[in-house]
Design a protein around this ligand. Structure first.
Ligand code: GMT
Length: 376
């Protein structure tokens, strides 16, 4: 099949999922055409069956805001028509699903039928999408897509709750691609960050308000007061400054390491002992799943789709949003009671429920059905 993959190319989870899905489809022999405004961060170097079409937005003095959606629509029309795509898969509703709807109408006027699959990722529904100014567009393009998937049952339920959706939404969870090459870093690299006996706590996010970065620092401060530990933070964003300031105020800044944005987080996860994800909401929590896949148990909030990924008392622990005392208690208990090694194995086992080999066929089945219908 020839598949168009439309996504954000940045570090966000939706871009990571779209890119890894495209790579896996290409490895299975499908032809995958990425359409976005810069090279997706996880795309890496040359791979067979992968093509990248950059959307270039013209900067014209008349525009206060560049017309990205219009350029994206035109690029989709062009790629579908000349690369003879069978299906367009758009990740994140805004503006990808609405641009896809318009592209589909333009192509229809030229006698070309292209089915559109929309995958909802989270903030497109739970934060951005609920903004009343977006609501009519989101509702319309979800209802008009040929297939709609959500990354968790929780996100599916929120979508039905907050929008007037009249069509079926299928749940296809996010996935991990296990890279056996990443297994062997641990001890040597760990020593660069932590002394003997010190545990490494890790957090990865885009440092936005929804991630509750200050809770990460507060939980760590409580842990560090009871057992030797270091905190490694990966990523960047508007709330990084608050985390830096708080760790200085709490006098733990020597134990807190900000690594900034990293393309590949598996190296650091391979020598981490615990992962913190105290988010306000999280439709899935891909970062937690990636940690679990590397054998890192997760201390997280009990919100949105996180409990569908992090199993309380097995792959880690869940606490109410903002309950930093409970999160720290669970963390210290894990780190000091001799249970850590068991939880590391359990976290890895739980992650195996989400391997690409299990998830990929679910997307292929949707594409095949749509392509068959459009040809029949
Ligand atoms: O977490 C973010 O703010 C980025 C956002 C995105 O779309 O890139 O992440 C959302 O999609 C991820 C991939 O499906 C999910 O794992 C995240 O839970 C979800 N974020 C939120 O719901 C806050």
């Amino acid at each position: 099949m020839k598949i168009g993959m439309v996504l954000y190319p940045t570090f966000g989870g939706s871009g990571v999922v779209g890119t890894e899905l495209g790579k896996a489809l290409a490895a299975k022999g499908h032809e995958v055409h990425f359409i976005t405004y810069s090279q997706p961060v996880r795309l890496g170097s040359f791979r067979e069956n992968i093509f990248y079409h950059e959307v270039v937005v013209t900067d014209y003095p008349l525009f206060d805001f560049q017309p990205y959606e219009t350029e994206l629509t035109s690029k989709m029309v062009d790629v579908v028509k000349y690369e003879k795509l069978d299906v367009l898969h758009v990740h994140y509703a805004i503006p990808h699903a609405s641009a896809a709807f318009l592209a589909k109408q333009i192509l229809k006027s030229q006698g070309i039928h292209i089915p559109v699959v929309t995958t909802l990722h989270g903030t497109d529904i739970t934060l951005v999408g609920r903004d009343p100014s977006f609501e009519p567009v989101i509702t319309f393009c979800i209802n008009e897509s040929d297939a709609v998937t959500a990354v968790s049952n929780s996100l599916k339920a929120s979508t039905y709750k907050h929008f007037n959706i009249t069509r079926q939404i299928d749940v296809i969870p996010n996935f991990i691609v296990v890279d056996e090459d990443n297994e062997g870093f641990s001890e040597q690299m760990r020593r660069k960050y932590a002394c003997d006996g010190e545990k490494i706590i890790c957090h990865i996010s885009n440092f936005r308000k929804v991630k509750r970065i200050e809770d990460v620092v507060k939980v760590f401060a409580l842990i560090a007061a009871q057992t030797p530990a270091k905190l490694i933070l990966i990523g960047d964003g508007p709330d990084r400054y608050h985390a830096e300031r708080l760790s200085r105020e709490l006098g733990i800044n020597e134990k807190v390491i900000f690594l900034g944005k990293l393309r590949d987080t598996a190296h650091v996860l391979s020598f981490s002992d615990l992962f913190l994800l105290p988010s306000e909401t999280e439709s899935f929590g891909l970062a937690a799943l990636e940690a679990m896949a590397m054998g890192v148990p997760v201390i997280s909030s009990n919100t949105g789709g996180i409990p569908e990924v992090n199993e309380h008392g097995y792959s880690g622990f869940l606490s109410e949003v903002g309950d930093v005392q409970d999160m720290a208690k669970n963390a210290v208990d894990l780190l000091t009671s001799g249970k850590l090694e068991t939880y590391k194995i359990q976290a890895k086992n739980k992650a195996k429920e989400f391997t690409i080999e299990l998830i990929l066929p679910k997307y292929e089945e949707i594409y095949e059905k749509l392509v068959m219908n459009s040809k029949g």
